[in-house]
Structure formats: structure tokens, C-alpha cells
Design a protein around this ligand. Sequence first.
Ligand code: WT7
Length: 676
Amino acid sequence: MAKKLTPKPAKKAAKKPAAAAAAKPSDHIESHLVEKRVFKPSRAFAKQAHVPSLDAYRDEWKRSLRSPDKFWAGEAKGLLWRKKWKTVCEWKPPFAKWFSGGRLNVAENCVDRHCAGPDKNKAAIIWEGEPGETRTITYSQLRREVAKFANVLKRNGAKKGDRVLIYMPLIPEAAIAMLACARIGAVHSVVFGGFSSESIKDRALDSGATMIVTADGGYRRGAIVPLKQNVDNALKDGSTGVKRVIVFRRAHNEIHIEEGRDVWWHREMDYVTPDCPPAEQESEDPLFILYTSGSTGKPKGILHTTAGYLLGAQVTTRNVFDLRPDDVYWCTADVGWITGHTYLVYGPLANGATVLMYEGAPNWPEPDRFWRIIAQHGVTILYTAPTAIRAFIKWGNEWPAKHDLSSLRLLGTVGEPINPEAWMWYHQVIGGGRCPIVDTWWQTETGAIMITPLPGATPTKPGTATLPFYGVDAAIVDDAGRELGANEGGKLVVRKPWPSMLRGVWGDPKRYKEQYWTEYSKQGFYFTGDGARRDEDGYFWITGRIDDVLNVAGHRLGTAEVESALVSHEAVAEAAVVGCPDEIKGQGVAAFVTLKGGMKADKDLKEKLRRHVSEMIGPIAKPDQIRFTDALPKTRSGKIMRRLLKQIAAGQTVSGDTTTLEDLNVLARLQAADDE
Ligand code: WT7
């Protein structure tokens, strides 16, 4: 870890677009800033924004760091409490407790609260299925569904603290199931619908889940994903503690019903009433576990708790997306990721917003699906990922051009650094040069957005997430924990606790400490795993992960996870996985594989291995490149030299220090072995 980090300078932005008139750098912007492509919020946007100027942001940010307890106590007034807290934050590094003594219910905050007044008839969720049907669910309808399903959970034996796996397509029932768990104090763990049976089984075992909520199938590019069948396979060997599976009928594909274990959602809903008072929870009661990849072969269950998480979600959603009552807000993430938790469900609903939810692929039936949806539903805020933006660029400008996107007023991105070219395209082609872009940096672990522009306040520059949110003490430090100066690359840390921070790794306190708090244990800093620098304006430029974690299409994937999937195949002796550049996904997966004696290295086996990884983890983990080799480059102490493999996977000539390499011939042979 002693390596010095010298992040690449940000790529040059695309040539100034012809439509620059539309981008209209505001009249009061200094000319040297225009040269550096700074986009200042327009006067019109700033005037109506929650945070209307950079000064207003800075004052509030300073105040939030000077007296965090006072700041968060003030913000917490925006939640509905059944009992007020006694202390705002107790910090015994690395363990934080927020709002101890307080009691509240997340579902009541996200749903019931908005049913008291005229908002009860406001749309909470506007949903569009991939085949094209739409549903609008008002807050009072949502309340009814959540309460009924909470009763279904209870009827089927779920109690406070029990873990419930949710493995669903992106349909309103996924959100309803999450909120129903929250209503009774059960702990949900959503498993992304693109994950495999193996992944379900691992998560069921690790979390000790007793129940799974799923659907018969879900739609993806016109095909049906056999969700229930995947659950059946996960439970086949009987090793998990899952006693009950509740199945929502979505795709009408044929499924097996295991008597005594499986029940239909719609049948169960007939047995229950809509009366289910929200159960009061302690502030620090667990709300959910979400698995994410780390640097070992086993994903870790990130634990979030009740009050702090909800507060982080609510406050960031309101300020970062500058929510107004009439917004139609669309976050394109699946509920299987943290973005889907915080910015599709909990954050917007806690604010009483109208959320758009779309089930399917962006290019189904044609590459204009997103733009069609925006025009049809009058979407005002769009929050998506750089990988999607790059795909749209590739598909061509004719697709967005077919639709009226003038309802949009704000754009957001998340998941990985956005390249300035993609930023400019998003700004010009989708935002018509008029919408601010919020590039939001955060993690599954942080629960909520940490570094971000505030759209009415922060001048933006393509490629940077800009400045920390309120209460966030982010810094770039060297290995000794010293803060670095402008444009010096180092490690991104957070120096103070924040309400929505993770509270642990489920069942593994050691991993929690080692992963996040050991790097800077002396200082008590949270280590993000990201490298970054700050520019002369103090803006944070995130350069990416500096651990053995890849970011494939905005999704985290541990290299060790893919390696362990590969070596679980009978033909494989050893595997090393590194990232390789990918035009659309940002990073792709490159695998170097040595085979057991007698195994034939051919195309057929390559395909088999790709399929095997997909079955073990999910399609997102499928290696883009597989190279067979008779040895991996190792140091004399036996460590795989990933740096060399990365260069080979990127098609570069291997450079730098190779003196520690055990067998120099390996290198020559590796370079000769191509990916064909
Ligand atoms: C990692 C977290 C939390 C949202 C979805 C991903 C990278 C995330 C940005 C951004 C540069 C970003 C980081 C981070 N990342 N957003 N705006 N700019 N990098 O959540 O799976 O927990 O991954 O995504 O490397 O550590 P996640």
C-alpha cells in the first residue's frame, strides 16, 4: 500500500460544442472559468433552488462541521418521530450511534405521513413495465398495499429482526416489500434480479434469512428472467434456513410451487386487512443489509440502521435533486443496488415525491425507450449512470432527438467517474444545455450521497463530483494520513462520522474494522478505497478504486470473487482477474487462467468458463477476455503481479519494474497469448 498515487490528469473535454449558445455561461461568470469549462447554475435555476448560492452552501457546510450535532438535530426535525432522541451522535471509533433513545418507523415516514393531507392522492410511484403497461400508485394506495403486505409477512411468520430476502423485478411490489419489512421491523436484503442462484444461496446463508419474496419472472429485453426457478435452485440443497417463499405473479411463466414452503402474493393479500400499525423502531435497529463486493472472494453484507440512514436519504434527496412538489423524479437504478434503495425508494418517498420506476432495458424495444418515457410522463429529474450515457452516445443522437425532453430540469449521474465527453453529451443532448448536472459520489457503505454539487449553488466542471455535502468531512490524505495539497493524488477518506454511514458488516465485525478503519486507525478516519485529488478550487476528482475491486458498468465486482468462481470450475488450476478498459462499461473483466493437466485450452472452454462465472455470480461478472496461460507472473514470494496483467489486458506493452518477477519468460509468453 506504500505505492505513490499519481492519478492521470483529467482527460481533455470534447471540443466546445456548436450548441454552446444554449449552454450559456452566465454573464457573471469570470472568463478564466469559462476556459476551464465551468458551468454556473443559471439565475433562473438558482432563484428557486433550496440552496441558491455557493455562499449559502459554504456557510451551511461550515456550520454543519463546526457543530454537527446541532446541524443534524435541526435536520432530524424533518422526520416523524414517535419518541424524540436523547443524544444525536455517540462516536466510539469505529462505532457510531445516531439519535439514541429515539423511536420511529421508516415506512410511516415514507408513506403514512403523506396520507394525512392532500398528498394522499398524489402519485407516489408511476411505473412502466417493459412490455409497456403503466400503473400509478397514489400515496394512500401505497399505504394500503404496504400495510397489507406487512400483514402478509407477519402471517407467514416474519418478526422484528428476521431477515427477508427480496429477489424481484423492478416492479412496485419490490418497493412495497421493502417498506413492508420496514413497517414491522424485519430486515430486508435485496438481491439484484440479475444475480444467480449461487448468489441467492450465499446471501441467504450469510444473512440467516428465513423468508424470500420473489416473482415468477421478470422481463428483460423481451425475455423472461426465471426468478422463481433461480430461488428454487438456491434452496435445492436445503442448506439455507429459508422456510417461506412468497411469489408475486408478474410474468405468468410456469413455475413450481413447493407445498408447505411457497405461497402466492395475491392469495395471501386476500387474507389480510389493511390495518397494520407501523411498529416503533429504535433509531439503531437494523433496517437492511445489502451485499457488495470487496477485496475477498465473499461479498460483504453492509448493515444500515433506521434513523440515521433515513435522515441521510431524506436530506440528500431534497437538496441534491432540489426536489419540488410537482417534480416527476426518475432514478434508473434497480432496487438491487444501494442507489435503488436510497434514491428510488427511501429518499424520494421520505420527501413525498413522485417517483418514476421503469422495469426494463433502456434499448427495448428500441434505443429511445428512456426518452420516450421522459416525454410521456413529463419527467423533470433524471438520475442515471455514466455507463448508460456512454451507451446512449453510441446508439446515436437520433434517438433522443425523436422526443420532447423539455420537461427535464435537472440531471444526475452516479456509479463511476464520468468522462468529460459523456458529461458534455448529457448536458447538451439530454439537458438541452439548460439542466444542471449533479455528479454524485458515494458508496453502498456511505448510504447516501457524500460529494456532490448542489444544483442551484455549485458551479460544475465535467468530470468532478465537486464538493462535500453537509456534515461530510472528506479529505485526500497520504499514507500517513496527512492532508495533501491541491492536485496531489492520494486516498479519499472521511474524517468524521455521518448519520447514514454503515454500522457494520453483517456477522463479521473483524472485516468491518479491517476494511474501513485500519488504514487510518490512529486518526479514526473512514477509508473509502478510492483514490482522488482535489483541484485548486477544492473540487474532488475521483480516480477510482485503489483496492482489488472493479467497477463494471457502475457495479462493484471483486477480482477475488471472479477468481474464486473461475477456480471452482473443474478445468481451472489458477486464475487471476484484473480490469481492462471498456468503452461502454468503463471497466471490463479480464481473466488469466491456467488449466489443470490434460485440459484443452480452446474456444469452447473459454465459452464454458464465461458461462460458469455467469452462473456462479451473474451475467455482469462474465469475463470479457479470457487468456489461457501455462503460468501467471508472480513475485518471488508468490504474489501475482496484477500490474503487469493489467497492462497486458489493456493491450499495452509491459513497462516498469519487473525485477521481482520470478520467471521472466512467463511475461513473453503471456504477451504472445492473445485473447482469440
Ligand atoms: C464506488 C461505490 C453509490 C452509488 C453506486 C455505486 C465509485 C460511485 C462515483 C462518482 C466517481 C464513483 C467509487 C465508489 N463511484 N459514484 N460520482 N464518481 N466514482 O455504489 O457499488 O458501493 O460503489 O463507486 O469508486 O467507491 P457502490
